[in-house]
Each structure stands twice: as structure tokens, then as C-alpha cells.
Design a protein around this ligand. Structure first.
Ligand SMILES: NC(=O)c1ccc[n+]([C@@H]2O[C@H](COP(=O)([O-])OP(=O)(O)OC[C@H]3O[C@@H](n4cnc5c(N)ncnc54)[C@H](OP(=O)(O)O)[C@@H]3O)[C@@H](O)[C@H]2O)c1
Length: 245
């Protein structure tokens, strides 16, 4: 049974992966502010409950769904627990920066499992329902690392470029049925990662600073709103102008 059916009404439902911290949490709060019932996904149930409480304290509605996106069976369970969703935000993932010679194959595979395969699985599971209902929005998190060459970011950047390549193909596949598919490509954002690295990267942007997670979350919420009804197949850089130069 879908979340909407549970409530006996038909709210718009948004599943945000990796919503227990950082950009995902900011997107979850912004989407809840737009009236979505938000399915807050992550691994850490304590931080998940805190995000749900924060949304509820602001007058919104949310529920936590736990799953490890590196495990395909867990991802399948997540898709099934989510039910009918109107908005899917593929945000969960992690980065690895360092000398390419020092990246072991297990970490390389883990990057692609969490950042690429999980999104593919979720879209494969949830987009057909959106097509059937004739509406939906899928927003995936790229990164400026998917566009520009950052020393030490070869594998991570490749996962992000792959996600954007998939998003363009999904736009071609699903948009004729009314499903919007877009990618948001942030520059450096102060979240859980090394703040010194984020600051250094922020210094290279036209605005001379890194972003707050809320500055990305608001763009995600805009793309999920009716205001973005004619945007599909797009990659929206939210990077302080970094990829313009
Ligand atoms: N921060 C940046 O500068 C930046 C820039 C460009 C793009 N991005 C992209 O934006 C997205 C969010 O990044 P962030 O900086 O906000 O990260 P973050 O603060 O580290 O949060 C990552 C989120 O993903 C979840 N997650 C990670 N691995 C998971 C797994 N195996 N299974 C389930 N959940 C998992 C975490 O949940 P739990 O901890 O609860 O498991 C957490 O909610 C990522 O896709 C990242 O590549 C970030």
C-alpha cells in the first residue's frame, strides 16, 4: 500500500535518498515545506528520526525508511516500501578523493554501487508507476566533479557523469509520458566532507565560497514543483559559476 493510501488522502509523495544529512536533508526539509509527504531515506535511524522530527516541527509530514544503497536487495526493499512516489531524489552516495593509484577496487566498486547502480534500480522500480499515472519528477545529484577534472576525483567524477548520462536517457524514455527527469550538479557544499577541501574548492568558484546545503535543497524543491513544469533532460549547475570558467 502506498503512503498516500495509508493517509486516506492523496498527498504528493517524495522519496529522498540520503536524507539523514547534508544536501538530502536540506532537500527533504524544502520539499516538506512545499507540502510533500517526504520519505526520508538513509542508514542511520537516529539521524533519520531527527530529520523526521525537524520536518514535523516545521509543520510538514515525513517518515524514515532505512536501507543500504550499496546492497541491491536492500534497494529493492526500499523501492517496495516507498510504494507510489511522485518525486524521486537520487541523492545518497559518497565521494572518494585521493591519488588514483591508491584507490582499491573494492572502494571503486562501492562508489559505483551506491552512486550509480542504486539510482538505476530505484528509477527502474519507480518510474513505470509515474508513467502509468502520467506524472512524476526524478532529480539526481551530479557534481561539478562529473564535468571538470579534479585531481584525485577520477572515480567519483565518473560516477557522477554516469548518473547524468543515465538521466538524459531516462528523460528520453519517460518524459513523453509526463515524467520530468533532471540533474542538479552542485559545486562544493559544506556537509559531512573535509571542510578544508570544501573551502579550497569554494575559493575556486566565481562567488569565492562553497555553498550551504540549503542552497542546493531549494533548487531540488523548485525542480519538483509545478514552477519547473517545462524543464526536463536538464543539468542544472549550482556551483557558484565554477563550471562556467
Ligand atoms: N557536499 C558536496 O560538496 C557535494 C558536491 C556535489 C555533489 N554532492 C553529492 O550530493 C549528494 C549528497 O552529498 P552530501 O555532501 O550531502 O553527503 P553527506 O552529508 O555525507 O550525506 C550522505 C547521505 O547519503 C546517505 N548514504 C551514503 N551512503 C549510503 C548507503 N550506502 N546507503 C544508504 N544511504 C547512504 C547518508 O545516509 P546515512 O549516513 O544515514 O547512511 C547521508 O544521508 C551525494 O550524491 C554527493 O555526491 C555533494
Amino acid at each position: 500500500m502506498s503512503e498516500g493510501a495509508d493517509l486516506g488522502i492523496h498527498p504528493r509523495v517524495a522519496l529522498v535518498t540520503g536524507a539523514t544529512s547534508g544536501i538530502g536533508k536540506a532537500a527533504a526539509l524544502a520539499l516538506a515545506g512545499e507540502g510533500f509527504l517526504v520519505l526520508v531515506h538513509g542508514r542511520d535511524a537516529t539521524r533519520g528520526a531527527a530529520t523526521v522530527r525537524e520536518i514535523e516541527a516545521a509543520g510538514g509530514r515525513a517518515r524514515f525508511l532505512g536501507a543500504d544503497v550499496s546492497d541491491p536487495e536492500d534497494v529493492a526493499r526500499l523501492a517496495s516500501a516507498a510504494g507510489e512516489v511522485d518525486v524521486l531524489v537520487n541523492n545518497a552516495g559518497f565521494s572518494w578523493f585521493g591519488p588514483s593509484a591508491e584507490l582499491d577496487t573494492a572502494t571503486f566498486d562501492a562508489l559505483f554501487a551506491s552512486n550509480v547502480r542504486a539510482a538505476y534500480q530505484l528509477v527502474a522500480a519507480l518510474a513505470p508507476g509515474m508513467v502509468k499515472r502520467g506524472r512524476g519528477s526524478i532529480i539526481s545529484l551530479d557534481s561539478m566533479a562529473g564535468r571538470v577534472g579534479l585531481a584525485g576525483g577520477a572515480a567519483y567524477g565518473a560516477t557522477k557523469a554516469a548518473l547524468t548520462a543515465m538521466s538524459r536517457a531516462w528523460a528520453a524514455e519517460y518524459s513523453p509520458a509526463g515524467v520530468l527527469v533532471n540533474t542538479v550538479a552542485p559545486g562544493p557544499v559544506y556537509t559531512g566532507a573535509d571542510p578544508e577541501l570544501i573551502k579550497q574548492l569554494g575559493d575556486t568558484t566565481l562567488l569565492g565560497r562553497a555553498a550551504r546545503a540549503e542552497e542546493i535543497g531549494e533548487v531540488i524543491a523548485f525542480l519538483a514543483s509545478p514552477k519547473a513544469s517545462y524543464i526536463t533532460g536538464a543539468v542544472i549547475p549550482v556551483d557558484g559559476g565554477r563550471t562556467a570558467i
